[in-house]
Ligand binder design. Sequence first.
Ligand code: FES
Length: 126
Amino acid sequence: MLSVDENEMLTKVDAGTPVGELMRRYWHPVATSQEIKENPVKAVRLLGESLTLFQDRQGRLGLIDQRCAHRRVDLKYGIPENEGLRCPYHGWLYDRTCNVRKTLSTPFIPLMLTDFLGFMLLNDAA
Ligand code: FES
């Protein structure tokens, strides 16, 4: 029988936990292409993280944090554009690698929000 500590070590999948770091080295299905075709923005919950999956108008997929870095608006209401996903509140534009590409008041602000999140891979070390 597992101890409480052993059980927690084997079942926690948040970032920074042993199993969480292991699971981030594998691909995970998060949506079908048909789902994305019908709705290009989708909320995704994966390995303890709340994310937003989107397809930009060039057909590229992105998986970014659920909340806008500016005022925490839920990006599942975001608007797909050629270069990424636009926050519907103040208009920050996120590219598919989680960088803020444009704000409405400045032409370009490179800002790393989180680690790179591939379509279904939560770790850039693979
Ligand atoms: S809340 Fe997203 S740009 Fe302001």
